[in-house]
Design a protein around this ligand. Structure first.
Ligand code: FMN
Length: 258
């Protein structure tokens, strides 16, 4: 079994860096052969654009998906991206570590998706969702927030972190992954985190133990429910009798009425 671990954090000594270390150790102990992409350490360029495509289908006008597909068809996928693609193709499990930054993923992670999810190689119209190339593979995100659990609750002032993560994780579903429920650690860097609690153990230690337990027993982790391809009609609207799993794809447009 192979696992690929991604870290999107500028500081190896951060809590996210510590969580990466736990992932490596626990997955190795569980029998996984692990590879790691530490995006900042690699100086991964998150900006998709012309600079990566010296050989172009259309030299006059840069259309991203056209050039991604051209590079996939001609074996000219940029080297840094090709290496990431290989990791994804080889790994049965993908673990992604990142802090929540401005209610989203750090730019380096978003850019990694923009570049690495190569049209023509990792997806195309007939190869996505249930028929995605990563069907049968699992992924899990481990996310930290600065705000505490109350602020990030379903009725919290900072918005429901689980909902905020839905669109961030949906690209993995698009590629066919089984997306496990993300692990979210709140209040990282906050007062409780610094002072420690529960008999002198720091919040960081408690969170670390929790992540060790999660990553050591992924079989027990539920996955996010998504609508199957068959839940949509020919126009790709949800069928009236199909289940609703998230407010992003629903039967009733009046979601804001609470
Ligand atoms: C640019 C930036 C944006 C941030 N935005 C958020 C945010 O939207 N919500 C939140 O709860 N914390 C936010 N934070 C706090 C980080 O999530 C927090 O510092 C991090 O999860 C702590 O983990 P670390 O010690 O591994 O960095 C932000 C921090 C930075 C630097």
């Amino acid at each position: 079994m192979k696992a690929h671990i991604l870290l999107a954090h500028p500081e190896p000594n951060s809590f996210n860096g510590r969580l990466l270390g736990i992932s490596k150790e626990a997955l190795a102990a569980a029998g996984y052969d692990c590879s790691v992409s530490d995006l900042y350490a690699m100086d991964f360029d998150p900006r998709e654009g012309q600079q990566h495509y010296p050989s172009r289908k259309d030299p006059d006008s840069f259309h991203t998906q056209t050039e991604q597909r051209f590079s996939a068809d001609n074996g000219t996928i940029p080297a840094d991206v090709a290496s990431e693609v290989r990791h994804l193709e080889e790994a049965d499990l993908l673990v992604v570590h990142f802090p929540l930054w401005w209610f989203g993923a750090p730019a380096i992670l978003k850019g990694w998706m923009d570049r690495v999810f190569v049209y023509g190689r990792l997806y195309r119209s007939e190869m996505r969702y249930d028929a995605g190339i990563c069907a049968g593979k699992r992924m899990i995100a481990c996310v930290t927030t600065g705000a505490n659990e109350d602020n990030c609750a379903f009725n919290g002032r900072e918005g429901d972190t689980k909902l905020i993560l839905w669109p961030i994780l949906f690209p993995f579903r698009y590629l066919g992954y089984t997306v496990l429920e993300p692990q979210i650690f709140h209040g990282v860097g906050g007062v409780a985190f610094m002072e420690g609690q529960e008999g002198g153990r720091s919040t960081l230690d408690i969170y670390s133990d929790e992540w060790t337990a999660t990553i050591s027993d992924l079989q027990a982790r539920p996955s996010i429910a998504y609508n199957a391809d068959s839940d949509f009609d020919d126009t790709k609207r949800l069928k009236p009798d199909a289940p609703v799993y998230a407010p992003f794809i629903r039967q009733n447009s009046d979601w804001h009425k609470g």
